[in-house]
Design a protein around this ligand. Structure first.
Ligand SMILES: [Fe+2]
Length: 212
């Protein structure tokens, strides 16, 4: 069971998260789904996980060392995954080949390193945060450890600060989880390293239908 606090206020209607199937293709993207669609779908996926819709897929206990993932939904347009993140298990810089992607953090926090074209930009994604990955997006995603609750300062908290406190507490008592969508479903990933000249060098490409 995943934190009931995080489920508060969410409703479940997975069908409403999918766009109309008659939508015409836009530009030359390989999918009719847009990044905004994927963000909405992953947000709905988080709601469905919290509502127990996928309890049959969840492990009996969360492994604090090894990562875990489960494909929640799959069709011709989209794969939806629930992924766990553990310390010291980075993914290496990678792209998603011909797939767009998006994620919503369900619990805990993630640190993303993203190649900007000149260097690596870093951001922290906390529970409820979202990120979309257009074609060509190269990043490395890692588990991120939150600060201890008693380091958060005085107890005069506004609503946003109170929500952040709940996020910290949730990350310390449960797994770090995120819901990811890929459209079309993932078929390959290329991996990269940053050279001494501050450029990106592709080191290998793997055919895979599973996310990092
Ligand atoms: Fe990725």
């Amino acid at each position: 069971m995943i934190s009931a606090d995080l489920a508060a206020g969410r409703t479940s209607d997975r069908r409403s998260a999918r766009p109309q199937q008659t939508r015409a293709a836009v530009g030359n993207l390989p999918t009719r789904l847009r990044p905004a669609d994927l963000l909405r779908i992953t947000d709905q996926g988080v709601a469905d996980v919290l509502d127990g819709h996928y309890d049959r897929l969840l492990p009996r206990e969360w492994d604090p060392v090894e990562r875990w993932s489960a494909r929640l939904e799959s069709d011709d347009d989209l794969d939806l995954w629930l992924i766990s993140w553990t310390p010291d298990r980075s993914t290496d810089l990678h792209d998603h080949a011909g797939s767009l992607g998006a994620l919503t953090v369900l619990s805990g926090e993630l640190k993303e390193y993203r190649w900007t074209g000149a260097d690596l930009a870093v951001r922290i994604l906390a529970a409820g945060d979202q990120a979309a990955f257009p074609l060509g997006w190269v990043h490395d995603v890692q588990h991120h450890e939150s600060p201890a609750p008693d380091s958060l300062g005085p107890l005069h908290l506004d609503d946003d600060q109170r929500a952040a406190t709940h996020t910290v507490q949730a990350s310390q008592i449960g797994p770090t989880l995120s819901v990811h969508a890929y459209a079309p479903p993932l078929t390959a990933m290329s991996f990269y390293e940053v050279t001494e000249q501050q450029s990106l060098r592709r080191t290998r490409t793997e055919l895979t239908d599973e996310p990092e």
